[in-house]
Structures are given as C-alpha cells and as structure tokens.
Design a binder for this molecule. Sequence first.
Ligand SMILES: Nc1nc2c(c(=O)[nH]1)N[C@H]1C(S)=C(S)[C@@H](COP(=O)(O)O)O[C@H]1N2
Ligand SMILES: [Mo]
Length: 398
Amino acid sequence: MTRSSISRRTVLQTASGLLVAGGLAPALAFQNEPREEIEKDLIFRSVKPRNGEPELAKLVKSWQTPTELFYVRSHAPNPVIDPRQFKLRVEGMVRRPRTFSFDEIKQMPTVSTTATLTCAGNRRSEYNGPEYQDVPSVSGVQWEGGTIGNATWAGTLLASVLKQVEVTEGAKHIWFEGLDQIPKKGSVIGFGGSIPIEKAMVAEGPGAPLLSHTMNGAQLTPDHGYPLRMVVPGYIGARSVKWLGKIVVSDRPSPNHYVATAYKIVKKTSPLDWSESGPIYRFPINAAICTPSAGSTLNAGSVNLSGYALPSGRNGSSIKDLLVSADDGKTWTRGEMIGKKQDFCWQLWNAQIKVNANTKEILLRATDSTGDFMPARIPWNAKGYLRNSWYRLPVTVK
Ligand SMILES: Nc1nc2c(c(=O)[nH]1)N[C@H]1C(S)=C(S)[C@@H](COP(=O)(O)O)O[C@H]1N2
Ligand SMILES: [Mo]
C-alpha cells in the first residue's frame, strides 16, 4: 500500500470518528446550522471554520450537486447577516458610487446559470504522497477530490451592477470583499477576491459572473454565503466571494491577502516569495475516479468505474478524451461521457476496465477541447494548489 493511500484513509477515519462521537458535535456546531448537515452529508476536515467535502461516491450520483452535498470551504465562522440590514457598497473607479440594499439587488433582473465551483486546493492531500518525500509537506486543509460541485445559481449580473455605477476609464480589476471576519496577522479581514474587468463585464451566456442569492432554486444557505455571494464561472472557487459586502473597481488586483498572497502557485521556499507569480483565476482541467472508492478490494475481471471530469474554465471547453489504465499506463481504455455537457460545468463519465492481481492502482487522465491536459506528474507548490495530475486510485485485486 502506498503512503498516500494510508494517509488518505486515516484522515477520513479521523474526521468521521470525530463526528460520530455525538457528544462533541453540538459544542462545535455553529448556531444557525443544522447538525444533520454535519453528520450526514459531508466529511468535515474542520468544523471551526467549516470545511467539508462529500464522499466521492455520493458526489458522482448527479450532474447537479444537491446543496447538502456541495463542499463547504470557509476561512472563518459564517457571519450572521440580517438581510434587512444588509448593504452592498460599490465604489472605487466609478462615477456613481452606491450602496444597494438586498431588496434592490433582488429587484434587478434575475439571471440563472449552472456552473461548477472547485477549490484550488482540491486533491491537496495528494501533494503529501510518496512522490514528494524530498520537499516540505504541504499544510492547509487536506482535501481529497471532493471540493467540487455543480449547482444552478440565480441572481443579478455583475455587469448590470457595474453599469449602474458607471465604471470610469482605466479600470482593470474588480475586487470583492466578504463580510466574514478572518483573523490575519494581528488584524481581522474579510475574505477578498478579484477578477479582471474583461471577465467582470461578460453580460451574456453561461460565463457571466453573478451576484447570486439563489442556489439550486432555494435561498443560499449560511455555509454558501447567505444572503449574497459572487459566482464566477470558470474561475477557482476563491474568486466566488461569499457573504458579499463590497465591490471595488480598481486599476489593479485587490491587495487582500487571498489575492495578493494566497491562491498563487509559488515554488521557491527559501525565502517564500509571493511575487513569484500572479493570482490564479481560471481553473485548469481536472478529473477523479469516484467509484469504486480508494482502497477497495475488487474481484479480478471487469470493473465499472465512474467519476467526474472538469474541462478547463475557458469558453466552450469540454472533455475531449478520458482514459483509464489498470496496468500502470501501459494500455489505456477510453471512458464514456454521460449526461449533460454545458460550458463551465463538469461532465460525469463511466468506464469499464479489466483488473488482475497485479493491479495496484487505476489511473485516470483526460484532455479537453482547448488543449488542456492532466499531466502525469505535477511539481510541488508551497500551498498545494491546482493538483490535476493523473488521478491514481489505490485498489487491491483478489
Ligand atoms: N467570504 C468568503 N468567501 C469565500 C471563502 C471564504 O472563506 N470567505 N472561501 C472561498 C473558497 S476558497 C472557495 S473554494 C469557495 C467555496 O464555496 P462553497 O463553500 O460555497 O463551496 O468560496 C470562496 N469564497
Ligand atoms: Mo478554495
């Protein structure tokens, strides 16, 4: 058994062991959230703040992810926001800075889109696997492949809000700020995001960023940003700022920690130099095997596999080829895309493969229509982002 498969299972057991020990849960749960959600649907890597991902076998059951199975990634406890008091401030390089009430936002025309969100830290735990013995271990939430979900969002176009405030010439970036309170280096900050103005101004089609108040047909839950969050299709989840409280129009990317420092690919560590690269915006291609589960014992012969594949977040990108191997990459079998295919959304797939007693791992790789591909190996980076090398599922075959 590989080191990564052991550590993966240990993490999972710790998380579920903690949650099953019922006595602990009430003290750790936050006021405005139902306990059932913690126990039934997500594996919580931490509950304060709330960071949970679904079991992959549950996640792959539907193209549209039910809200209970949608991963939660938060840097601080959910802020409690009264929608009647809620104010969204829009300022910066605009002719008419303005404060919107929640009702004013809701009264603007509502647009609906289905889009996949994925955390830049999806599959991070694999960076601490056996390939990376000679580099520092990667800290941060030890996610497996479940920090991804595909939901239908409804709300107001960011482009409409920007039109109302009249953006001035020279504006290049739009900053978002959350109303959460995150302790950072002796002060308290809101989670910040930032996107280039070209993306912010997209006003048509599935790639248009939304100020979303509705998820899968219901009001946003506290975990997912109630009452209002950004949804930026095609971009890493971190740009979809939850509990949105402020939008700033600027000529540069946001100086907020989560744009200027975190969510960057940084490879040098001594000293760590955050200016080595720019903020991550679009997500790259990624895919995972969701069934059978990691560590399963299989009978020799034919096995059915299922999973998700996310094409890169470019316009019109879709999965071109998806291949699986049970002999360490000597031979590959093509998987079949099933169900819906929509821009900025994942695709689900099935494959059948023959395994025998020599099979220790099942490998998965994919390419998309824009030329993006999953590499065999991926270099280590300090924060463990964008893990999208071939997915390796450890199995035992009888
Ligand atoms: N205000 C705020 N927005 C946030 C975050 C946060 O901690 N605070 N986390 C970000 C990250 S890293 C991700 S991946 C997505 C997760 O969205 P979800 O919890 O609805 O799945 O929200 C983003 N928006
Ligand atoms: Mo994230």
